[in-house]
Design a protein around this ligand. Structure first.
Ligand code: AP5
Length: 219
């Protein structure tokens, strides 16, 4: 059970979402992305979305009490009974401590941490080139697809959109927040659980294979 409970850790653009989607498919557990939950709320103009919009556009963090409430609801739902890939949470020490309370209450074992390491300059390039298909949600890197007007997954044409927080100025701010506030959270897990560190600058399928090898999962 424990290796089907995974926390993806790493800088913005390290490939957490890309790998989380692949792993969720292979392990047959849900991909829980706090960023996606917030972006959906912004798109639907819900109360949460209205609160989060400006914060996200500035590359800052949404308050812990809001995020912990969201994650608690999801982790206690039936869809997470067999495990989950948590992507984008925790991002502060306080979130990590509060997540510990949720994990203890769930009483299903402790998640494994998968940390993707990628240098900042690679990240800035990747995020400037990132597009998301508005039809199927596939994340692409414009440098790595044959036709930049056609989604390689669903075939939709002219369906790529750029995230509002993928401007260079906001990318730099998100990286600063990551290094100052989120990266130190890894220390919290140092003696609590297995931390798998994988080079996230390798090609996508190699990153996936390395994660699976470390998790000792053959699929
Ligand atoms: P969130 O959506 O979580 O964004 P992030 O952490 O900044 O991460 P990204 O989604 O930018 O990157 P990723 O690591 O998933 O990379 P991806 O796979 O897309 O959060 C957004 C905002 O929401 C935050 O700034 C904050 O405001 C708020 N928020 C969310 N959670 C919160 C929390 N817990 N607390 C407070 N606030 C919160 O890949 C990036 C690009 O690289 C893509 O183009 C992809 O195709 C490409 N790529 C991926 N892997 C490779 C590879 N191996 N080789 C080449 N290209 C690759």
């Amino acid at each position: 059970m424990s290796n089907k409970q995974i926390i993806m850790f790493g800088a913005p653009g390290a490939g957490k979402g890309t790998q989380a989607k692949i792993l969720a498919g292979k392990l047959n557990v849900p991909h829980i992305s706090t960023g996606d939950i917030l972006r959906n709320a912004v798109a639907q103009k819900t109360e949460l979305g209205l609160k989060a919009k400006k914060i996200m556009e500035a590359g800052e963090l949404v308050p812990d009490e809001i995020m912990v409430g969201i994650v608690k609801n999801v982790l206690f739902s039936d869809e997470c009974k067999e495990g989950y890939i948590l992507d984008g949470f925790p991002r502060t020490l306080n979130q990590a401590k509060l997540l510990d309370d949720i994990i203890a209450e769930l009483n299903n074992g402790y998640p494994v941490i998968v940390k993707l390491s990628v240098d900042d300059d690679v990240i800035i390039n990747r995020l400037s080139m990132r597009r998301v298909c508005k039809v199927c949600g596939t994340i692409v890197n414009l440098n790595q697809i044959k036709n930049e007007n056609k989604c390689p997954n669903c075939g939709a044409e002219n369906s790529f959109v750029k995230r509002d927080d993928d401007s260079e100025e906001v990318i730099r701010r998100r990286l600063k927040v990551y290094h100052e506030t989120t990266q130190p959270v890894l220390e919290f897990y140092r003696n609590k659980t297995e931390i798998i560190v994988v080079d996230g600058s390798l090609p996508v399928d190699e990153v996936t294979n390395n994660i699976l090898k470390h998790l000792k999962i053959a699929v």
